[in-house]
Design a protein around this ligand. Sequence first.
Ligand code: PRX
Length: 631
Amino acid sequence: MLNQINSIEEYNIAYKASIENPETFWDEIANTFVWRKKFSSVLEWNFTEPKIEWFKDGKLNITDTCIEQHANSTPEKIAIIWEPNDPNENFRTLTYLQLFTQVKKCANVLIKNGICKGDKVCIYMPMVPEAAVAMLACARIGAIHSVVFAGFSAQSLRDRINDSSCKLIITADAVYRGSKLIELKKIVDEALLQCPSIKTCLVLNHRNISTYMKSERDKFWNDEMQNVSDENEAEIMDAESPLFILYTSGSTGKPKGLLHTTAGYMVYTAYTFKNVFNYKPDEIYCCTADIGWITGHSYIIYGPLANGATTLMFEGIPTYPDHGRFWDIIDKHNVNIFYTAPTAIRSLEAFGTDILENKNLSSLRVLGTVGEPINEEAWNWYFENIGKKNCPIVDTWWQTETGGILISPIAHVTKIKPAFATLPLPGIQPVLVDENGNEIIENNVEGNLCIKFPWPGIARSIYGNHERFKSTYFSDYPNMYFTGDGSKRDEDGYYRITGRVDDIIKVSGHRIGTGEVEDAINMHDCVVESAVVGFPHEIKGQGIYAFIICNKETADAEKIKNEIKIHVSNLIGSFAKPEKIQIVTGLPKTRSGKIMRRILRKIADGEKEKFGDISTLLDPNIVEKIISEKK
Ligand code: PRX
């Protein structure tokens, strides 16, 4: 389908062409997809409003490219392999033809339940093939899906449903993650107490546990799927029609719903999937992300399926039933391409290599990482023990906002270097800027990472708040998209992402805004004020460190700390729980009342002396005090 880059010379040619003449470059690539009507212009854009339109006037339905063409040409090819949480249960497969039939039926179920083009549908599902079917069924009828990670609390789910006024929610009775049963429908019921826009709740009976079903509102997935036809005409969509909303944390305020549109996202995820992973037809590809995050959207569902690939969905966790589970899956399904997060690698590395002795990993050809910086030690461990020094690691840098991978080695093409995301993909023009906003031209430098030209997969807006989209990404540096990340660039022009330069922290690759955690902590009765920062964590990359001021002398500090942890889990989700909590008598504030987080970050990191200039603090003595109060 798409041209594939097979050597560094071809990369150089493609990169040059994509910069000198981006429209011709993307026109050629876009032409290899299924269109109902060809586009009239490739790109119209400005980064001031900002307004970005790719493939204007083009008409399509993304399921034509992702499913129907393969259901016609290779109906028996496996689209999805599903590996259950419990390895003793049977795995399942869906061929392209079966997937197509399921998606058409589910599309009819949605229509029957009053969902029309442009309506929003929330998906709060475990990692099961029905989640993929639900997303693709939305796309088929032009409904906009909003997948919410099924580890979020009822409160977080409710906020997301209400922000985009979803009309229908799809969930499951329950799911096992490892040995823990999570009753998803109960969480949904709690959320729906205050979600007036939801008219229908579809419930997949996944674990067969008895479930409360509210009459009129709640319907079983299986009953509904049985009673509809498998004939369905796809809705014809504009290239720029919204495809999905995906909520992610910002440095301030509530999570924002990034809005991605149809054609550009399809072209970009398909192109990057094929190239970054050097995907070959008939290979088995496995990405361990959850569909609740952008990696799941772009590189479990849309990118692989657009290429007619076989994508493996894993329901469980890396340590169940033991810490060899990932390696068992590779062995069992002969996985060729394996894509996971640095946190998972570090946590498995900690168990040692004995468990690898009887695992056959020889099917592997490409390894990937995503979501957070990878340290050299973990990179080397992955390279040597999993890839047996034969598989390149593609350290892929990107974001919810970017839709697809922007900076990454191309497997078997780019010379890899531990912990470096290396070079920009064709079409991507990264720049490093200094503190004055000037572009740094030389190599061997460090700066804030911006992108100065649009690519097809970039988000188009924040749902319901275009002003926030503009101020968050396009206002710090004129005419550039600001990523919020810092990066180094070495003598070869290779990028090494150093991490966020704002108040977002990455805990086990999960993106968490410090403000969100503070808001949750502050709702606890005993708390007057709090400040949250990230601190380096050996396994998780970063952990959450909360400094809190309590409203009364508290005899039982441990009790309060525990309560706060439970409280944050209930309000956001257990992944946002502070690892360390320190009760303090004051916070380092400037005279204008701003908390100097830079100082708190250093304290959390164990620093005792070098705090730089603290003369602007209202009370410079507070720094000493907080250090002495630290246990
Ligand atoms: O800080 C970067 C980090 O993850 C952020 C984006 O998070 P999210 O929107 O949740 O998307 C994660 C999956 C694409 C980035 O701003 N990040 C992502 N990939 C890498 C990374 N940091 C270093 N190296 C990476 N490969």
